[in-house]
Write a protein that binds this ligand. Sequence first.
Ligand SMILES: [Zn+2]
Ligand SMILES: [Zn+2]
Length: 135
Amino acid sequence: MSTKRSTLQRQIILDTIKSLGKHLSAEELYLEIQKKHPIVGKSTIYRNLRQLVDDGVISQIVIDGVVRYDKKTGFHYHFICEVCGGIFDVEIDCDDKFADIIMNKYGFKTNRHEIDFFGVCSNCTDAKKTTPEEI
Ligand SMILES: [Zn+2]
Ligand SMILES: [Zn+2]
């Protein structure tokens, strides 16, 4: 019985991550899940998030010191909009180049790297462009 229930809770957590498609923190996920499934407790969510990451179903990222959960597991970068706070997946093909530059310059072999890009997303850029015309 308890296994069935925990499988259901795990599914609720996973569905929430997938349907929202955002990079939410555990606290934000908890608040979202509370709306529809108040029965799922905070410790259950934290435990399941850890398990889902361990199982490779979702990935864990750290942006500005905050741990967030990502439905996308393959390697990708993130672009963080400083205006709306949106976190966007960025897929660019320059992984090897970074490793090559470091190898050539320092002789270090790169196993992995993490880069976050901060700026203004296209939605917010558009909003800025139209504002002066509206005045
Ligand atoms: Zn934005
Ligand atoms: Zn992502």
